[in-house]
Design a protein around this ligand. Structure first.
Ligand SMILES: *Cc1c(COP(=O)(O)O)cnc(C)c1O
Length: 376
């Protein structure tokens, strides 16, 4: 049986990237590594659509979220947190851990934030220094309007920090053009790599704010990372093998091109959404992201049993988090996926539904997905 990961991290990794990482480890202060690091830097700027440096951190994505808070804010600062799912909530938790006050703009799970609500909150709280937001909220399948949030933040002279951990590469996020101050992501989602690396880029404005930050930091001191980067290095030992794999995955992504990448995610997401409709099931998100499709588990079906049934076919889907536990199935379009992987995901969902006693017409979802995918 073949195992397929349809989870929103980790995602499937191409064999050529895996093989690259299996090579003997090179020294991180060697010229060879320095050359590779310089190329990686160029390719990361392409991916982030920025002229600013992109720092590589050895951590999962959350490490970059923590680094953003620790470097941009100070003890008595106030942030604004957009919360409409587990990852938006995480911004608030990190602020609490650092003693940073925050104003929350709460959004019902499944809905995108109305930028007007953020504008109002910023008017009521002119002391807000940074807006902490999420582009694609992976717990609810919602895509937030980052471009509009950037405008609103700029009006209020606040920084905009965007968690693009699941969305970079799947949705456009032209950092410089939209005026986003901080963009961060992780390796195990859209970048076709195993977990273990995080990436973060700061605008000029964000670097200015970093100069006055008085929150404690050592490993996450981004100024130190920037200073090493100018010598083609990292302050501490990087995850060498992952960076070697990264060089290869970025080469692939660059050859494919951002526009095709966005289109590919859009096609796979649309094919899956149509399949869900054809099977008579419902989507959870009212502003669906192309990162993943979240399907409501039909009444009378045990959501956990459904995931287990899909697992029997080698298809790993993710369940719901927190209040959505057992209530939804999350099917991801990220990573090393082609049309036939998407068709397998739909086929496995159909079979698993039938196995847990929910009668669906086998092949109806697959047919709907085929229609979308065959349009090219
Ligand atoms: C996966 C994810 C995270 C958490 O990333 P880790 O790599 O698990 O630390 C944060 N935000 C979003 C939107 C995610 O999809």
């Amino acid at each position: 049986m073949k195992e397929r990961l349809f989870t929103p991290g980790p995602t499937m990794v191409p064999e050529e990237v895996l093989l690259e990482m299996a090579k003997p480890v090179v020294h991180h202060r060697s010229e060879e590594f320095g050359r590779l690091f310089a190329q990686v830097q160029e390719d990361l700027k392409y991916l982030f659509q920025t002229e600013n440096p992109v720092l590589i951190l050895t951590s999962s994505g959350t490490g970059a979220m923590e680094a953003a808070v620790a470097n941009l804010l100070s003890r008595r600062d106030t942030a604004l947190v957009v919360r409409g799912g587990k990852f938006g909530e995480r911004w608030g938790e990190i602020c609490e851990a650092y003693g940073v006050r925050y104003v929350a703009v709460d959004v019902e799970w499944g809905y995108a934030v109305d930028p007007e609500d953020v504008r109002k909150a910023l008017r009521d709280h002119p002391e807000v220094r940074a807006v902490l937001a999420t582009q694609s909220e992976t717990s609810t399948g919602v895509l937030h309007d980052v471009k509009a949030l950037a405008e609103v933040a700029r009006e209020a002279d606040a920084l905009l920090v965007v968690d693009a951990i699941s969305s970079l590469g799947a949705h456009p996020l032209p950092m410089d053009e939209w005026g986003v101050d901080v963009v961060l992501t992780g390796s195990q989602k859209g970048l076709m790599l195993p977990p273990g690396l995080a990436f973060i880029s700061l605008s000029e404005r964000a670097w200015k704010a970093a100069e006055r930050s008085d929150l404690p930091k050592y490993y996450w001191d981004l100024a130190k990372a920037r200073s090493s980067l100018s010598k083609g290095q990292t302050p501490y030992t990087p995850a060498v093998s992952l960076v070697v794999g990264l060089a290869r995955s970025l080469k692939i992504l660059r050859e494919v091109g951002l526009e095709s990448l966005w289109r590919r995610h859009a096609r796979h997401a649309e094919a899956t959404r149509r399949a869900v409709g054809a099977l008579g099931l419902e989507l959870f998100s009212h502003s669906p992201s192309n990162v993943l499709t979240i399907v409501k588990v039909p009444d009378g079906v045990d959501g956990k049993a459904l995931l287990k049934a899909a697992q029997a076919y080698g298809a790993t889907f993710a369940g719901g988090q927190e209040k959505l536990s057992g209530k939804v199935v999350r099917i991801t379009h990220l990573g090393y996926m082609d049309d036939f992987d998407t068709l397998s995901a739909v086929a496995a969902l159909e079979r698993a539904l039938r196995d847990v006693g929910y009668d669906v017409p086998l092949g109806k979802g697959v047919a709907a997905a085929q229609e979308v995918l065959s349009e090219g």
